[in-house]
Design a protein around this ligand. Structure first.
Ligand SMILES: C[S@@+](CC[C@H](N)C(=O)[O-])C[C@H]1O[C@@H](n2cnc3c(N)ncnc32)[C@H](O)[C@@H]1O
Length: 326
């Protein structure tokens, strides 16, 4: 049988780029290895471009220990040795020599890859170089430090948010992080459909000493949002969408109605382990995220991007949409 389009898509040439020494594996390296094995098992052509420290005296000097005896998998292409640098709150073993960048570039050029997946794009020098070097393939970046709760908190503080609208409080965990980011006279309105969740959220927020800035409103967001708008509760500085994803397209419209130019809309779980690429998905939440993403792309009132993340729950990501002048 002749190869079909599906066959050719199913067998991709994938480069996984790691800035960290393969020889001394941490969480990121283990994750990349698991990913590589999974892709290989699915029939893809995989190359992991990663620094590797040889078993020699200099490595022992630089890292105070020798490499583990594990053999190098045949999909790993060594990019040279590493030295330690403080990075992401820990000591990281990073390739820093020009020869590593030269090897990386020649592998990327020769590999004829369909996609280049750069892990830790912010890491010197391999991450930076892989992102900026034009190898003629799409580059996907993954940051490996992420918590769905401190991300909105950091964003809220970074933009100096005083007023926040949250959809989906659950037990108030993210609500508390958001409330901790606004000033004492700030405000967080959180919309929660489930009355019991709302009660727990309120109790947790009170216990955190943040009750004065948080207003948890019970009811399906599509019912409480119009009330917020008619009460002229906006505009909010930050909107955090984390309720039922199937309604995200409608939530985008309401978020815009409750925004001003400069408002940031953050939507969680927009990658969903990669399920979001499935245009035939039977899952209404995935379909909701897909439609939401299309609406973001088409709406001239917003400039948006999606950041992919990896955490204990696997692959996911969040969308950031900046509201522009009308
Ligand atoms: C993913 S959880 C929220 C997690 C929370 N933001 C956090 O990070 O701690 C989703 C929440 O949205 C609520 N929810 C689901 N559908 C909703 C709707 N239509 N309107 C408002 N809240 C809804 C659920 O009851 C659940 O508590």
């Amino acid at each position: 049988m002749p190869p079909t389009l599906v066959d050719s898509i199913a067998r991709m040439r994938i480069a996984l780029v790691s800035p960290y020494s393969w020889t001394f594996p941490g969480g990121v390296t283990r994750h990349i290895d698991a990913l590589a094995r999974e892709f290989v098992a699915e029939g893809h052509h995989v190359r992991v471009l990663s620094p590797v420290d040889p078993d020699d005296r200099l490595t022992r000097l630089l890292h105070r220990r020798g490499p583990d005896p594990a053999p190098l998998p045949d999909y790993v292409v060594p990019l040279g040795r590493t030295a330690s640098l403080p990075m992401n709150g820990a000591m990281s073993r990073l390739a820093m020599t020009p020869s590593s960048a030269v090897r990386l570039r020649s592998e990327l050029r020769a590999g004829n890859f369909d996609v280049i997946h750069v892990h830790e794009p912010i890491a010197p020098v391999i991450g930076w170089d892989a992102c900026t070097f034009d190898a003629g393939a799409p580059v996907v970046g993954t940051f490996h430090a992420y918590s769905s709760s401190w991300t909105p908190n950091t964003i809220a503080r970074a933009i100096g948010a005083r007023t926040v609208l949250e959809l989906g409080a659950l037990g108030g965990y993210s609500t508390i992080w958001l409330a901790g980011a606004v000033p004492d006279d700030g405000r967080v309105v959180s919309l929660e459909a489930n009355a019991q969740h709302a009660e727990v959220a309120r109790a947790n927020v009170a216990q955190a000493g943040l009750a004065s800035v948080v207003d948890v409103r019970v009811g399906p967001a599509l019912e409480t949002l119009p009330k917020l708008a008619s009460d002229s509760a906006g505009p909010f500085d930050l909107v955090f969408l984390d309720a039922d994803k199937r309604n995200n397209p409608e939530y985008l419209e309401w978020s815009l109605a409750l925004s001003r130019p400069g408002t940031l809309i953050v939507a969680d779980n927009v990658v969903r382990g990669g399920e979001v690429v499935d245009g035939e998905t039977p899952d209404p939440d995935v379909a909701g995220i897909r439609r939401f993403t299309e609406l973001l792309a088409a709406n001239p009132r917003v400039t948006a991007t999606a950041i992919q993340t990896v955490g204990s729950k696997g692959y996911d990501g969040f969308a950031l949409a900046l509201v522009e002048e009308a």
